[in-house]
Design a protein. Sequence first.
Length: 214
Amino acid sequence: MRICRLFGLFLLACSHASPTATKATPAAGPGPGTAGAPAVPAPAIAAFETVRSVLQSPRCVNCHPAGDVPLQGDDSHLHEPPIRRGPEGRGVAGLSCSACHGKANLPSSYGTHTPPGVSTEWRLPPADHKLVFWGLDSKTLCEQIKDPKRNGGKNAAELGSHMTGDALTLWGWAPGYGRKPVAISHDEFTKAYKTWADAGMPCPQSVEKTARNP
């Protein structure tokens, strides 16, 4: 009988025990949006904004239009005559870029509205990777230019070499009479590109429009 009473008291105690006492407390996990993603370094994002401001200046964006007609002038209006990109970016048969664009800028004595020139061949990006700069937000532009599938197969070093040392891109800092050069110095642009590239080429997360729109 005594054993039965003790067993009954034990059952009674168990029936009044707190439910939480028999349940394991789940381990605390990361909160929403904190799945271990590394923080994007602010200096690298700021550096990309410097890069973007150069790429979307008239000197660069005119040869990186949204369509197949290049732009021209400090106001980035449609090119006259209205030539087309062509499959290789050099124009089309009978109206190539080199038909008007020579190997150097013409002297200031020729006045304004003369075709600029450069020591290498004047061209647009080819049709299979147009690399549009015109009218894009920072995030979209960033993701495009660092993507080898869209930038002509270039890695960070090759992309930097093209953007900071190619004769055609260097022309933007010495565009000739009647044209505004890129507002940011070449040294500042080169340093900004290196800061961004060395950080792993991170892209802004905001899609807020920071670009010049058509």
